[in-house]
Write a protein that binds this ligand. Structure first.
Ligand code: NAD
Length: 311
């Protein structure tokens, strides 16, 4: 297969490029580096199966030659990033998705959208099945991301029903692992970086809010299975095992051997209280479930950050 992956220089996009290249496919990785880093795909440079193209996918996308698939992963994804780039986030979720869909149509390619658990907002249903419509504040600080992704999903379904395009939508829940950026403001990378620097670990609120964390290798396996044998309806992929933020902080201290203290700060606006995927659909449709325990995933991620974090 010959595939286009947008957001290729990002955390997930780069792991996806690795997987498709390893599976014997030709990959065009596209990115404008707004939040990504070329270092994430530097090891693919020079491989004949991989081509990097610098391009903003919110503008028209031109690719020469045939394409079998378009996997649209480009978008700022962490709250720090989408608050810094609110308009670009809305544009890549709306215009970028439209451009990527148009390209898939023109090439007769399968289209795959990276959506998010944020489409559920601050959920009133727990855990969240794909049938839950969500509880989103469109004008809150997270609205730029949540609504862009909701629009992207609606656009993808419209292309599927109106044009008969072969499409997939994955709703990704919190994922962590090597190549997350130190400064992206996500809770796992925050805690690890603070621990490795010997700084206090910052917990927002009392730390009783729950999160579920999926190790990147598990997520990529779920994505590949959805791509290969899924259908057009949105599918949750994430780890349903729930931890409180305070439990995570303590585990990071244990695994890193850091002696930092834990400090508490006010909860940001619209921070979801609970987030946990119902993965019944992925289990039955894809025979997928995560297998890397948080303890092991944290060890691998801390090892990665030890190489990159300097004070
Ligand atoms: N990491 C997670 O836990 C998570 C959770 C839910 C959804 N997602 C989704 O997965 C995708 C990848 O997220 P990530 O964590 O790898 O984020 P990331 O910021 O590491 O990667 C996103 C990449 O997209 C690129 N990009 C952004 N706008 C672009 C544009 N207009 N044109 C070209 N490239 C552009 C960035 O430069 C970056 O390399 C995103 O769509 C995100 O919404 C991620």
């Amino acid at each position: 297969m010959r595939v286009l992956i947008t957001g290729a220089a990002g955390f997930l996009g780069s792991h996806l490029c690795d997987r498709f290249v390893a599976d014997g496919h030709d990959v065009i990785g596209m990115d404008n580096l707004i939040t990504g880093e070329l270092g994430n795909i530097a090891h693919l440079e020079g491989r004949k199966e991989f081509t990097y193209v610098r391009h903003d996918v919110s503008t028209f996308i031109a690719v020469d030659g045939p394409l079998d698939a378009v996997l649209h992963f480009a978008s700022p994804a962490s709250p720090v990033d989408y608050l810094k780039f609110p308009i670009q986030t809305l544009k890549v979720g709306a215009l970028g998705t439209h451009n990527a869909l148009g390209l898939a149509m023109a090439k007769g390619a399968r289209f795959f959208l990276a959506s998010t658990s944020e489409v559920y907002g601050d959920p009133e249903v727990h855990p969240q099945p794909e049938t839950y419509w969500g509880h989103v504040n469109p004008v809150g600080p997270r609205g730029v991301y949540d609504e862009a992704k909701r629009f992207g999903e609606a656009m993808t379904m419209a292309y599927h029903y109106y044009h008969g395009l072969d499409t997939r939508i994955v709703r990704i829940f919190n994922t962590y692992g090597p190549r997350m950026r130190a400064q992206d403001g996500r809770v796992v990378s925050n805690f690890i970086v603070q621990a490795l620097r010997g700084e206090p670990l910052t917990v927002y609120g009392d730390g009783s809010q729950s999160r579920s964390f999926c190790y990147v290798d598990d997520l990529i396996e779920g994505i590949v299975r959805l791509f290969e044998r899924g259908d057009a309806d949105p599918t949750n992929v994430g780890n349903p095992r729930e931890f409180t933020v305070l439990e995570l902080a303590k585990l990071v201290l244990e695994k890193s051997g850091a002696k930092s203290e834990i400090v508490f700060e006010p909860l940001p606006t619209d921070d979801p209280r609970q987030r946990r995927p119902d993965i019944s659909r992925a289990r039955s449709l894809l025979q997928w479930e995560p297998y890397v325990p948080l303890e092991e995933g944290l060890e691998r991620t801390i090892a990665h950050f030890r190489k990159t974090v300097t004070d």
